[in-house]
Design a protein around this ligand. Structure first.
Ligand SMILES: C=C1C[C@]23C[C@H]1CC[C@H]2[C@@]12CCC[C@@](C)(C(=O)O1)[C@H]2[C@@H]3C(=O)O
Ligand SMILES: O=C(O)CCC(=O)C(=O)O
Ligand SMILES: [Fe+2]
Length: 363
């Protein structure tokens, strides 16, 4: 397998769906058969909330114990919500308005920025649709590097304004992601010298970031379909802003029999949801849990989210950190670039990580 550019990751893994582009959701009064899921959805129960000790931790990044809190959340949940993260609220609001404005464009206009079957960036169904029994009630827009070309197609008049917002937002995400990386790694006793690809100043100067906009229109029959099917993110970490008008993000809780299921992650004003991705799981040699999550839809609200999938530099071979290895802790995964991993994921989806495992994880 080759390393190469992230934007070329899917060149040899095109996806073909029985419908290439999302419908005009606003015109649908009933759920079409193609969106009606039959199995999988209710395999496990959904919970609005469990007891209060059992909700995704909310962590104030200025808390004196932040390193321990973050480490604990990554080991036990693989997810937390971060407050006091330093990203200006105005920028987050502008980003959300941009995303709403994009998905509110007429269908024909959105298709001007359509993602090609073998492409990485642009508008369309989510990449994982290829593995789903039915279509998902959502639309997405993905961008890596500058969104300028696509934005120019979408908004011939005011693309500059939207471009500035997206680029500024991405810069802030990259800054926050580096900070979160060191909180997570610090909690494992890892320091700047331990990771070559963290760059000379240890600030992950060359890390890659993908911006993913998700749109979940109001749905006439929300219980029979899904917005985004269960998955783990292929990133090191993902930083998600969810709109505050509706909940929808659910996290899978392993737990005992009756406690096992999908737990709602309610929007917390001003907070970002932070996910442990597959690469952080590999880097930490299994100490941090990559986390299964999905998004459900609702009857009356148009929900949107903005995810930044943050990964290693394009050409970096990432392997389990040697400081975490020992006679009783052999490496669980081989060295891998992000590009190579996305290729494996494009073939095997939720089984990708397991297929790469070199030996069984210790209990
Ligand atoms: C860098 C990535 C990671 C991708 C593919 C590619 C660009 C878009 C990402 C997502 C975003 C939405 C969920 C997901 C499952 C999807 O369908 O597209 C993600 C997937 C992954 O995490 O594997
Ligand atoms: O919409 C959400 O809350 C989840 C989005 C997500 O999981 C993703 O973009 O990877
Ligand atoms: Fe995700």
């Amino acid at each position: 397998m080759s390393s190469g550019k992230l934007s070329d990751a899917f060149k040899s893994h095109p996806i073909f769906l029985h419908k290439q582009q999302p419908d005009d959701f606003s015109s649908l009064q009933e759920l079409p058969k193609s969106y009606a899921w039959t199995s999988q959805l209710n395999e496990y129960p959904s919970f609005e909330s469990l007891s209060c000790s059992e909700s995704v931790p909310v962590i104030d990044l200025t808390d004196p114990n932040v390193v321990e809190l973050v480490g604990h959340a990554c080991k036990t949940w693989g997810m937390f919500q971060a407050t006091n993260h330093g990203v200006p609220q105005k920028l987050v609001d502008d980003m959300e308005s941009t995303v709403r404005s994009l998905f509110s464009l007429p269908p024909q206009q959105k298709l001007k920025a359509a993602r090609l079957p073998d492409g990485f960036s642009g508008y369309g169904f989510h990449r994982i649709s290829a593995f789903c029994e039915k279509l998902m009630w959502s639309e997405s827009f993905t961008t890596v590097g500058s969104p300028l070309e696509h934005f120019r197609q979408l908004w011939p008049q005011d693309y500059t304004k939207f471009c500035c917002i997206a680029e500024e937002y991405e810069r802030e995400m990259i800054r926050l992601a580096a900070k979160l990386m060191w909180l997570m790694l610090g909690s494992l006793g890892i320091s700047k010298e331990d990771i070559k690809w963290a760059g000379p100043r240890g600030e992950f100067e060359d890390a890659s970031a993908v911006l993913q906009f998700n749109s979940y229109p109001a749905c006439p029959d929300p219980d029979r379909t899904i917005g985004l099917a269960q998955h783990t993110d292929s990133s090191l970490i993902s930083i998600v802003h969810q709109s505050s008008n509706a909940s929808g993000l659910q996290v899978f809780r392993q737990g005992e029999e009756e406690g096992r299921g999908w737990l709602m992650v309610p929007p917390v004003p001003g907070a970002f949801v932070i996910n442990v991705g597959d690469f952080m799981h590999m880097l930490s040699n299994g100490l941090y849990q990559n986390v299964f999550h999905r998004a459900v839809v609702n009857r009356s609200q148009h929900r949107v989210s903005v995810a930044c999938l943050y990964g290693p530099p394009e050409n970096a071979q990432v392997s389990p950190l040697s400081k975490l290895l020992g006679p009783s802790c052999p490496p669980l995964y081989p060295p891998l670039t992000w590009n190579e991993y996305l290729g494996t994921k494009a073939k095997l989806h939720n089984k990708a990580l397991e297929s790469l495992r070199l030996c069984a994880p210790p209990n």
